[in-house]
Design a protein around this ligand. Structure first.
Ligand code: SAM
Length: 250
């Protein structure tokens, strides 16, 4: 592994998996299972093991976006992977894309988009939330996700950049939509996320008034299957309703 690289250390204790994300450095890392000398990681590869001073073995993995999702600090409700996946698929997000996102919240959507796109610019109205999201972005090692504090309704009007995808996850998205055409490249996508039918209806009206193509509103569900000695069935605890996703094209 390289100096400064992010590494996930995973161990099993009494049937439970515990994991930690660390940087390769000269420091010691303290866990309930003993101290780990992080400098030894430099000579290791993913799949190798390190042993704490108490003899606990940790497997080395390279962290990926689902790990950063699990470890991110939450300022509010982050978007769930079941909703992020379709946004990436239906917009065809790729490494040439510039993305405008609001509100940042914990930065989870911005980080997932940033792990694929060229650049993500995300606006968050609350400075304390913006700080948490910046910390999450830093912890994920992403240098192409910029978080600015500001009200997207005002900020979008003065932006002189253009974007391939615009994602809106704010209560007042309908007031942002009239300005989106100005900053969206031809053929680019607008995506909104809204938990309520009423909010979604307002969004649809605003999109219609702004003359977009191919407008669709969808809800995505996730049903995990549980396997046990008693039988196999859909898990009784599940991710319930989250939000509606509306996608439109310029
Ligand atoms: C549900 S959260 C977004 C979660 C985010 N998509 C994620 O995956 O972590 C909505 C955020 O929008 C912010 N917000 C609300 N109105 C805003 C506005 N007009 N401009 C910028 N941010 C706004 C809120 O402070 C809140 O943090």
């Amino acid at each position: 592994m390289l100096s400064g690289e992010l590494v996930m250390l995973k161990t099993s204790h009494r049937g439970k998996v515990r994991e930690f994300i660390v940087n390769v450095s000269e420091d010691d890392f303290h866990t309930d299972f003993g101290k780990i000398d992080l400098s030894v990681l430099i000579d290791k590869e993913p799949g190798d093991a390190v042993i704490s001073h108490m003899g606990q073995e940790f497997t080395i993995q390279r962290p990926r976006m689902p790990d950063f999702f699990n470890h991110a600090k939450r300022s509010g409700a982050p978007m769930m992977p079941k909703d992020i996946g379709p946004i990436i698929a239906y917009t065809g997000l790729n490494k040439q894309d510039n993305v405008l996102d609001a509100g940042t919240g914990s930065g989870v959507l911005a980080m997932y988009l940033g792990s694929i796109a060229k650049r993500v610019l995300s606006y968050e109205i609350r400075e304390d939330f913006a700080q948490i999201a910046r910390q999450n972005v830093l912890s994920a090692g992403l240098d192409n996700v910029e978080i600015r504090c500001g009200n997207i309704i005002q900020e979008i009007a003065s932006l002189d950049e253009s974007f391939d995808v615009v994602t809106l996850d704010t209560q007042d998205s309908r007031h942002v939509i009239p300005h989106v055409r100005k900053v969206l490249n031809p053929g680019g996508f607008l995506v909104t996320y809204s938990p309520f039918f009423e909010q979604t209806k307002d969004i649809r009206e605003a999109i219609e008034a702004a003359h977009f193509y191919d407008v669709r509103t969808m809800e995505f569900s996730e049903r995990e299957i549980s396997f046990s000695d008693r039988g196999t069935r859909p898990a009784t605890a599940r991710v319930g309703h989250t939000g509606f996703i509306t996608i439109a094209r310029k």
